[in-house]
Design a binder for this molecule. Structure first.
Ligand code: CU
Length: 140
């Protein structure tokens, strides 16, 4: 009879600890559940605070062709080419970047903006309409 009493009291002393542990876990879960909407609300503000950088590259068309005729850009970041044709003595009166579906007229002495975001590394060609005068964009 004494043995049984002891077992019961042992159980009683273990049980409150378990309950306490469960309460703590529940409180932690509840705390996370309450915090989640605030994290979700805060995220767009963080995204707005750090917009992805745009890679701006100035380019000219001269008697020598596209200047520069080789550029390096980073994959996944928007590229903005600002192209100005400075001469009439060229057949490069447009810039064609076939792999990006770009074909843009280049009026004389007018800065023309061409934008795209390279999604994979490798080389992109830019050229005149006849694919004679050209340059290479190295995407890394
Ligand atoms: Cu040409």
């Amino acid at each position: 009879m004494i043995g049984l009493d002891r077992r019961l009291s042992d159980e009683a002393s273990i049980h409150p600890e378990t309950t306490d542990m469960q309460t703590k876990l529940l409180a932690a879960a509840l705390g996370l559940a309450l915090a989640t909407p605030f994290i979700a609300l805060a995220t767009p503000f963080i995204a707005q605070a750090a917009p992805p950088p745009v890679q701006v590259i100035e380019m000219q068309v001269t008697g020598a062709g596209f200047v520069p005729d080789q550029i390096k850009v980073t994959k996944g970041q928007k590229v903005r080419l600002v192209v100005t044709r400075k001469t009439e003595r060229t057949c490069a009166t447009e810039i064609v970047i076939k792999d990006q579906g770009i074909n843009q007229k280049l009026p004389l002495d007018k800065a023309v903006t061409v934008e795209f975001t390279p999604s994979k590394s490798g080389q992109l060609r830019y050229a005149c309409g006849m694919d004679m005068i050209s340059g290479v964009i190295v995407v890394e």
